[in-house]
Design a protein around this ligand. Structure first.
Ligand code: HEM
Length: 79
């Protein structure tokens, strides 16, 4: 998989407020959830896009299967 790499700072701009894209990172991959009504304006229940939400998934009422319909758009660079 040859995906572009993005820093945490670049991801942070795709929070549904600063740029038109809405991105979420999970386990090192970045997903574009811009088309999701459940992520409108970058907000998903008490969570905001533009971040790595890997650890937060444990509190969700669903599994990581929710990412299956989204194609990864990039990789999150480790700090
Ligand atoms: C309190 C925490 C959360 C709540 C209450 C919540 C609730 C939901 C609900 C009800 C759905 C729709 C259907 C389903 O269950 O599959 C959903 C979808 C989804 N959730 Fe969460 N979620 C939470 C946290 C998270 C976190 C932390 C992530 C990311 C790591 C996440 C990513 C997603 C994605 C990508 C979808 C699919 C959206 C779509 O299909 O349009 N959720 N969530």
């Amino acid at each position: 998989m040859d995906l572009p790499e993005y820093t945490k700072q670049q991801l942070a701009l795709r929070n549904g407020q600063d740029k038109p894209q809405i991105w979420v990172a999970y386990r090192g991959l970045i997903y574009d959830v811009s088309e999701s009504r459940l992520w409108r304006n970058g907000k998903h229940y008490e969570h905001w896009a533009g971040q790595d939400l890997t650890e937060e998934l444990a509190d969700a009422p669903h599994t990581e299967a929710v990412f299956e319909k989204f194609k990864p758009v990039g990789k999150l660079l480790k700090p």
